[in-house]
Design a protein around this ligand. Structure first.
Ligand code: FDA
Length: 307
């Protein structure tokens, strides 16, 4: 019940101002956001590498309103890639991007987002790594998939995300499960209407399993983005049935969530990539993490009230 309310609040400017200014917010935000600057996130990449983990780095900030901000988003990723290059960390870290941050929702946004993301994908490829396009709300996905297809002509390793809660996703998975593709499957984190998405948790889980089965049977590289122990166990079994070796798919989890599980799966020989978000414009990302687990909201409320 609380999840949809929090997701609605994630679109409200009034709530954004309230939450951002509330005493105690920072303490809770720090659990999910790895830092505000490149300098703060680099030690986290090194620490992950020392634990046998890989990362995908996300510069937060989806709610942009001007073309200048979309250019600033591109430049923030280029700065990050430049630092990874200097430090020789390129092969350890991938990038995740939200096309909304690259201007997708502005006028002429499809072309603008493509023009902004291309140099990022190019720079990532030059240091031996790649970029995955995150999936946002369902109205943005045709544009995201078209940009993904366009980028893959020159950079076939570019990944994309599909969301199990959407009815369309099994078809998308079949289309994408081709040789050379990199596809992250997640449950889905946005507030979607019943006309396009399953609303029931059990139905979403069942769809997730059907989609993992499609990806494992295909020729691409499945990336399983979930903290759900049951789905992780089922994935391991489906991978085994499909005859996949441990380096022919990977698990991904979010920074700050079930961290002991990151290390456990890596120690079992799995490739484990931690989605590590950083930056100052953390509001939308943070609110989706609150919506996923009501206990987070209680913790957040308590930290505000006790400050
Ligand atoms: P579920 O929500 O059932 O959680 C399983 C267990 O994990 C919980 O019981 C709890 O222990 C723990 N957990 C999960 N979320 C938590 C939280 N916020 N705080 C504390 N504990 C938590 N979505 C999207 O729409 N587009 C995208 O591009 C991405 N990208 C993405 C990348 C990666 C690497 C991950 C792991 C997830 C995403 N997501 C996403 C988010 C995804 O859609 C989904 O909302 C979350 O992963 C939560 O779903 P779970 O599969 O973890 O299961």
């Amino acid at each position: 019940m609380l999840g949809p309310v929090i997701l609605a609040a994630s679109r409200s400017d009034k709530m954004r101002r309230f939450v951002s200014a509330a005493p105690g917010t920072k303490q809770v935000v720090d659990r999910f956001i790895a830092g505000e600057t490149v300098d703060q996130v680099i030690p986290i990449v090194k620490d992950a590498a020392a634990k046998g983990l890989e990362v995908t780095l996300d510069v937060v900030g989806e709610d942009i309103t001007t073309v200048e901000q979309s250019h600033a988003a591109r430049d923030a990723y280029l700065e990050l890639i430049g630092r990874l290059k200097e430090l020789g960390l390129g092969e350890r870290a991938e990038m995740s991007v939200k096309l909304s941050m690259f201007g997708q929702a502005l006028e002429g946004g499809h072309e603008l987002a493509l023009a902004n993301v291309r140099p990022v994908v190019e720079a990532a490829a030059a240091i031996g790594t790649t970029v995955t396009l995150d999936a946002e709300d369902h109205t943005t996905l045709d544009s995201m998939f078209a940009i993904h297809e366009e980028l893959r002509k020159d950079f076939p390793q570019t990944g994309c995300v599909i969301q199990a809660y959407l009815f369309r996703t099994e078809d998308d998975a079949r289309r994408l499960a081709a040789a050379g593709s990199r596809v992250r499957i997640v449950k889905g984190a946005y507030k979607e209407p019943a006309s396009v998405a399953h609303q029931d948790k059990a139905e979403i889980d069942k769809a997730f399993v059907r989609i993992v089965r499609i990806l494992m049977a295909g020729e691409g590289y499945p990336m399983i983005g979930s903290h759900d122990p049951r789905l992780i166990a089922i994935t391991q079994e489906l991978a085994r049935q499909a005859g996949r070796k441990l380096d022919e798919y990977e698990f991904q989890m979010l920074y700050g969530i079930r961290s002991e599980e990151h290390v456990r799966l890596a120690a079992e020989g799995h490739r484990m990539r931690v989605y590590t978000a950083y930056g100052t414009d953390w509001y939308g990302y943070f609110m989706r993490r609150l919506a996923e687990k009501p206990a987070n909201l209680l913790f957040f409320a308590r930290s505000i009230l006790t400050k």
